[in-house]
Write a protein that binds this ligand. Structure first.
Ligand SMILES: *Cc1c(COP(=O)(O)O)cnc(C)c1O
Length: 366
């Protein structure tokens, strides 16, 4: 194909680089068992209740789902205490990020603002849309630089992205601070708070913007079923946003992007309190263990409100990751986030987290 036909944004595009799957790692390193602590997935897997609901719904997959997933949207609204008109479900929260950009950001004119070392999807999708991506430095010790974000904004800013709790640092901004940021944004700019990891924060009411979204009017909150609800492979997320914006996003969305099984699974997952609590229990326990043991192994760690911990080992992070892989444990080297000295490890089951710590100790003491 003649590449002159391809848009320049696409020609120069570097795509998202996902972590390797367990099967890919087994094949590459000749391993029979692999512990994957690299993608912040649920350590308990998929809820047994949800699995049952899925198997019962399977015979319906010849049908189109209901467009805009009204039953799921109602269930989300009920669980989050927000009006259903504000909720838009998507094929992962990634789809909502893409839709927001395409609905509000003018190519070649507008910009979006975020801070360095953040989730790459915001920048990738902005570039695909032909929208300028502005990046501000982080504060000291990776603090979320809310004041710098406010300073970088101008009257062409469409969206300001904050991930809280943050990926990959685990740090979270307080709702009070985010309220201040929303209050100083120029008219027309929206504050997007990506709360993919909010389930793991404690206490959530100090951090989440969910309850404030309705009254603030320029805030979008993103949530996902990929982490605490254990449904990453089904692709389900949502945004809570002002009603006028939700109407436009729904109109712009390709029909049926939330599939029939994802809708059933999402509704069941929201009702499955036992699995949700069990997930939080494993994550809180494992996170505490990592935060205690990593410094004993002379690693620098950052406090975390997420289901993972960022740390800096006393040896090359690349070497540490490679040695862990040889032992069948995959973690995320943060080179791709522009932090080549750092590693992100998510909490696994009790035995998985222990196995990681044991392997790391072996490597660092060798
Ligand atoms: C995992 C993650 C998401 C979730 O994406 P989905 O498309 O819903 O799977 C969103 N934002 C951040 C920062 C994440 O780390």
């Amino acid at each position: 194909m003649p590449s002159q036909r391809v848009r320049p944004e696409i020609l120069n595009f570097t795509p998202y680089v996902p972590g390797l799957t367990i099967e890919e790692i087994k094949a590459r390193y000749g391993l029979s068992t692999v512990i994957k602590l690299a993608s912040n997935e649920n350590p308990l897997g998929a809820s047994p209740v949800v699995q049952q609901v899925l198997s019962r719904a399977v015979d319906q997959v010849f049908r189109y789902p209901q467009n805009h997933s009204p039953r799921l949207t109602q269930a989300i609204a009920g669980a989050m205490g927000v009006p259903a008109e504000m909720v838009v479900a998507g094929n992962g929260s990634d789809e909502i990020i893409d839709l927001l950009l395409r609905v509000v950001a003018q190519p070649g004119q507008d910009n979006v603002v975020c801070y360095e070392h953040s989730f790459s999807m915001y920048a990738l999708m902005a570039r695909l849309c032909g929208v300028e991506y502005r990046e501000v430095p982080r504060g000291e010790d990776f603090r979320l630089p809310l004041e710098s974000l406010a300073e970088a904004v101008d009257h062409n800013t469409a969206l300001v992205f904050v991930t809280s709790p943050d990926n990959p640092t685990g740090l979270a901004a307080r709702a009070e601070e985010l309220m201040v940021l929303s209050g100083v944004l120029p008219e027309g700019a929206l504050l997007v708070v990506d709360e993919a990891y909010m389930d793991f924060s404690w206490p959530p009411e100090e951090y989440s913007m969910m309850n404030l979204a309705a009254e603030l009017g320029n805030v979008v909150v993103l949530r996902t079923f990929s982490k605490a609800y254990g449904l990453a492979g089904l692709r389900l997320g949502y945004g809570v946003m002002p009603v006028w914006l939700a109407d436009h996003v729904r109109r712009a969305r390709p029909p049926f992007s939330v599939n029939l099984l994802a809708e059933e699974a999402g509704i069941a997952a929201l009702e499955d309190d036992a699995f949700y609590s069990a997930t939080l229990e494993v994550v809180f326990k494992g996170r505490e263990l990592l935060l205690k043991r990593l410094p004993e192994l002379l690693c620098t760690v950052w406090p975390s409100q997420a289901n993972f911990v960022m740390f800096r080992p006393p040896l090359s992070a690349g070497v540490v990751c490679e040695e862990l892989l040889k032992r069948g444990i995959i973690v995320r080297h943060l080179k791709s986030f522009g932090l080549p000295g750092n590693i992100r490890v998510n909490v696994g089951t009790g035995p998985e987290t222990e196995a990681f710590l044991k392997a790391l100790e072996e490597i660092l003491n060798a």
